[in-house]
Write a protein that binds this ligand. Sequence first.
Ligand code: C2O
Length: 480
Amino acid sequence: MARVRRNVLTLGSQDQTLFWYGRAIEAMQNRPITDPTSWRFQAAIHDYIRALDPLAVSDEALPSRDTRNRFWRQCQHNSWFFLPWHRMYLHFFEQIVLAEVVNQGGPKDWALPYWDYSADFESRLLPEAFRNAMLTDGSQNFLFVVARDADCNAGNQFADEQDVELKDALTQANFTTQDGPDFGGPRTRFAHSGPRLGVLERVPHGLMHGAVAGEFGWMGAFNTAALDPIFWLHHCNLDRLWQVWLNRDPGHQNPTDPFWREEISFPFHDATGTEVTMRCIDVEDTSALDYAYEDVGDPLPAPAGVAPSAAGATEESMVDAIPPEVIGISDTNVQVDNTPIRIHVPTPAHAAARGRRAALAAAPSFITEPRLLLQLENLTASGRANAYDVYVNIPDGADPTQHPERYAGRLDLFGIAEASHTTDQHLGTGLTYTLNISPIYQELSTAGDWDPDNIDVSLVPVRKWQGDTVTVGRVSVSLG
Ligand code: C2O
């Protein structure tokens, strides 16, 4: 019988899952960073920057350079390895916690709970057990860290519906595509930080990182995120949503490419501190890892009269068969800070591109109408940035928030600083987002409210705190 990862919000007052989690965290925090099963080593697997380690002790011993190079700074982002790598990471972390729970006399079937923040208003509040520095008996609460958004720790609303929205991710037909958007992210090699990200990685993943963290919190940066005990419940939920996505449509399939499945393996340590490696093929089925989720039901209302499509794979080949064609670009290197801005994108090439695509499509019935894709390319910043809501064609002087019909999506910008530094692993080209604006186009053009030669893109800051200035490399519009 597989262990069950349960919903943290419905554990009930007698449940001991979080009590044992706290006990294990305490024990792991008492281990030195040189111990692979310590709290800090585990967080460093995600990322580690010595100069920015909030728990650094001067002159403390670190693992050898070889160990650090092999096991630390491994997290896979902006990549089709995002989901499987974090699944492996959760698995070994959970094994380490479980071993400690059992060691202290706790349940042998202990499993991490997940935080399903998308259900309703209440579920978006930080789970209660994580809010207070002290337990009722006056002892330290190891589930608490002060380095979070103040409203989050206070049990107030700190995230809104757009931060936890699931429709965009769960309705993606494909795990991976050439140019996006897609559920799981682009084909990459090892990618600590790559250029483009899958929809789930943006929302709710990156947005909840930023919302929990606020301006200074640990969840807001790769190198500190996993020091926060809530990180692991957040990632359990994303891991769960992977299964929800697979279940909700037979066309939803994992990549079959051998490069994804078995040619790359990632190093970890098991609960005994022994080195191990894992491949994606080893984690596709969670029962092989001895866990299952309490609930993998479809959270989206079933659209009336629409049967699930079995066409995912076919759509992927069609989508990729004709690469998107750019029909307009903005000025380059537009700066955006904490006030809304508009970026103009002239789209003079739309008519010619539509003609070419119609001629190219040998079986035009597959794509009756090409998608209109908005790309925000190479966003860079040197520090933590705000999140931005993206709207298209807001009338002059109007308040964008009054125009939900023109809302294209929310940019999380989690990891923007990490993506902006040039390292030996990547070029520091920043983050790139692809938003499908076809639904907006269809609605507005039907209403006679669409100028085919021009698109205006508004970026509206979301968070109350001031973020770093962001440079938008350029904005482009494609037919794809
Ligand atoms: Cu590797 Cu949520 O981050």
